[in-house]
Design a protein around this ligand. Structure first.
Ligand SMILES: [Zn+2]
Length: 122
């Protein structure tokens, strides 16, 4: 069973950030293991590839299935689903991240945070 910190929603009224408008750079949460602050950088979800986000194709496939992102391939907010993996600097616990990214206007991105979950050690 995966421990989810943020769960997807189809009905988030507003993006977590709109680039160019919001100054918030990161989503910050407490590590489930050691309580250290862990940061997810919003900008790293745009114009990056899986390698930049430290995630493999297999892990992306797993997350697509886990989050029920079907053949249409849209995120819960209707954007592009972006997956990544970040870790706690203190205890090295890994977290999968899931954001929905869309570009309703040229170069203005809406980013919805849709999922964060602890990757449990085997
Ligand atoms: Zn930690």
């Amino acid at each position: 069973m995966k421990k989810e910190i943020v769960k997807p929603s189809y009905s988030k009224p507003y993006p977590d950030i709109i680039t160019g408008c919001d100054t918030s750079e990161c989503y910050i949460f407490d590590c489930l293991i050691c309580k250290e602050k862990v940061k997810l950088a919003y900008k790293e979800q745009i114009f990056t590839n899986n390698e930049d986000r430290n995630i493999t194709k297999e892990e992306c496939d797993y997350l697509k299935e886990f989050y029920n992102i079907g053949y249409v391939g849209k995120s819960h907010d209707g954007g592009a689903p972006i997956f990544g993996k970040i870790y706690c600097e203190k205890c090295k616990a890994n977290y999968f991240t899931y954001t929905g990214v869309s570009e309703p206007l040229n170069s203005c991105y809406h980013i919805y945070l849709q999922g964060i979950m602890l990757v449990e050690r085997e």
